[in-house]
Design a binder for this molecule. Structure first.
Ligand code: NAD
Length: 370
């Protein structure tokens, strides 16, 4: 059950329920924090067991977006939306257009995008009804597939980690155990090959294994369980969250963990254990923010060079976080939270609490199409 006590607990500003029985729409939008700007975060469609589960998911995800945008230096707040339904049966043009009309009523306080089970074709229907959406098709001024930018950000985080651990940012000659040869994993694999790293990889999907082999024929395939035992310099989790857990942490032989997956630590205490073991953990929600950076510039006119320049900043920000971690003798994940929170606090002080709202029209006079 949603309560003000629950919203106060994590500081959520607004939660909105949208329902339209004519197309079976049941959507929940959570706006966590708009101090830095309008809340941006994708819409997820999922067959939640019950409404409480959907509410918890949208609250957790929207808070995560606040931290990701803040630490990435973006002028955006955190928000997320969930649509309760079966993506294989319940999707329709009417549902997404109805959802788009509801989003329009938020006057730009929340900007949506793709997330799990929501593709460009769905977002295009939303875009018919509201401009407050990113990740639209390139033909409409969108930025296309975010995964190459996410992979580049992970690679920059890896380079910063190499500088700290080995005294040189280059990955040349380093061995990398890469878990998950999907959209991000493949793009990361290409960067690693081009820069002379030796890759060990795994996946559960035969098609993606074959695609990865085409990108790097010298990469060594290991079994799904073996990936944790690879004697390597860097472990790169690019599949699911929580892969650093009680069962795996003592098996890892790497010196660095740097990957794309969200919430790589099963629990915060695993970040403390990594620090004790001398394994450097690159902050997951910073180094995988390349995709968010990429969509965030759609309103001012997307270009590859602009997106790349933004993603390159992940290198310096990662080093800044390592310094906070060392100076304060705290684990990296705590240092990342501190950097995000301090940015929000400092802007809140100069501009007052609720400066969020719609995108500043002088900065974004209109979406430019290509
Ligand atoms: P994806 O679905 O394209 O790829 C994930 C891959 O992991 C798939 O090939 C899948 O078969 C594989 N996999 C699943 N379970 C596995 C297991 N137990 N062992 C080995 N492989 C397994 O997803 P993606 O877009 O490449 O995203 C990868 C991760 O990065 C996800 O956790 C995602 O949330 C995160 N992420 C992605 C982006 C993006 O731009 N795509 C941005 C930020 C974060």
């Amino acid at each position: 059950m949603l309560s003000f006590e629950r919203l106060y607990a994590d500081g959520h500003e607004e939660v909105v329920f949208f329902s339209d029985p004519s197309c079976n729409l049941k959507a929940i939008v959570a706006i966590h924090n708009t101090v830095l700007g309008p809340a941006l975060g994708g819409t997820r469609m999922w067959t939640y067991k019950n409404e409480d589960e959907a509410i918890e998911d949208v609250l957790r995800l929207s808070k995560g977006m606040t931290y990701k945008a803040a630490v990435s230096g973006l002028n955006l707040g955190g928000g997320k939306a969930v649509i309760i339904g079966d993506p294989t049966k319940d999707k329709s043009e009417a549902l997404f257009r109805s959802y788009g009309r509801f989003l329009e009523s938020l006057n730009g306080r929340y900007i949506t995008a793709e997330d799990v089970n929501i593709g460009v074709e769905d977002i295009e229907h939303v875009f018919t009804e509201t401009p407050n959406v990113v990740g639209v098709a390139k033909i409409h001024g969108g930025s296309g597939d975010p995964s190459p930018y996410t992979a580049l950000g992970v690679f920059r985080g890896m380079e910063a980690s190499c500088l700290k651990v080995f005294g040189n940012r280059s990955v040349e000659g380093k061995s990398v155990a890469l878990q998950g040869a999907g959209a991000v994993g493949r793009n990361l694999g290409r960067l690693l090959k081009d820069h002379g790293a030796k890759v060990y990889f795994t996946d559960i999907n035969e098609g993606n294994i074959a695609k990865f082999k085409e990108i790097d024929p010298d990469a060594t395939l290991v079994s799904v369980d073996e990936i944790y035992d690879v004697d390597c310099d860097i472990y790169a989790p690019c599949a699911l969250g929580a892969s650093v857990n009680d069962d795996t942490i003592d098996r890892l032989k790497c010196k660095i963990i740097s990957g794309a997956a969200n919430n790589q630590l099963a629990e915060d205490r695993h970040g403390v254990i990594l620090r004790e073991k001398g394994i450097l953990y690159a902050p997951d929600y910073l180094i995988n923010a390349g995709g968010l950076m990429n969509v965030s510039i759609e309103f001012e006119g997307w270009s590859d060079s602009k997106a790349t320049r933004m993603v390159d900043t992940i290198y310096d920000t990662t080093l800044k976080i390592f310094k906070i971690s060392d100076d304060q003798d705290i684990p990296v994940h705590k240092a990342t939270d501190i950097l995000a929170e301090s940015r929000i606090e400092s802007i809140k002080k100069i501009k007052g609490k609720h400066l969020g709202g719609a995108l500043n029209s002088h900065r974004f006079p209109g979406r430019k199409t290509q």
